[in-house]
Design a protein around this ligand. Structure first.
Ligand SMILES: [Zn+2]
Length: 194
């Protein structure tokens, strides 16, 4: 299942190699050789085009097995859904999930809020976002936690709770999976924002 990328890959390639800020949040680039995904504004020297795949969303890049870049910090990208028409149900779902809707209740409740069935919601997000509702929620939690790690000195239990994780164990497990590092190791690696 390929996520919908409404931008032309050549346009993404130009934006990526020129670090065009106008495209920040509109797509992410996964680099096959490193397994890392980046914002178009990443300060690291751009990878060779033949190793790059473009994704509409951070969640889609993670579903494909890429880890977030520690330099350009995909969690700091603006929410700019170029991959959707305006005001669609999928876009509304994304906003609610990013706001924590799936941390407090399940997919059924979210679907009901949107006036559709849970299976329809699942299909809609896979098609437009390239990830299931729970995968989108996981990426959103990780991004919230990563921002708190970088920008605050809050204790880990507090970061986990505020980011929407059910437990500290779950927080550590998801970070190990997504970043291949513990939250405290990541906190020691703070980079200047780009
Ligand atoms: Zn990067």
């Amino acid at each position: 299942m390929a996520p919908t990328l409404t931008l032309d890959p050549r346009e993404c390639e130009r934006a990526r190699t020129q670090r065009d800020r106008r495209y920040d949040g509109l797509f992410f680039s996964g680099v096959r050789t490193t397994g890392i995904y980046c914002r178009p504004v990443c300060p690291v020297r751009p990878a060779k085009a033949r190793n790059v795949t473009f994704f509409a969303t951070a969640a889609a890049a993670e579903v494909a097995g890429y880890r977030p870049c520690l330099r350009c910090r995909p969690e700091a990208a603006p929410f700019s859904p170029a991959w959707l028409g305006s005001r669609t149900t999928a876009q509304k779902a994304m906003r609610l999930i990013r706001g924590g809707a799936l941390d407090r209740a399940g997919v059924n409740a979210l679907a009901a809020r949107l006036g559709i069935g849970p299976r329809h919601l699942d299909r809609l997000l896979r098609k437009h976002v390239g990830a299931s509702p729970s995968q989108v929620a996981r990426t959103a939690r990780v991004q919230r936690a990563k921002r708190l790690l970088d920008e605050t000195a809050l204790p880990m239990t507090e970061v986990a709770a505020r980011a929407g994780f059910a437990s500290l164990r779950r927080f550590n497990a998801v970070f190990a999976e997504i970043y291949g590092r513990t939250p405290s190791a990541l906190r020691r690696l703070r980079f200047k924002p780009v």
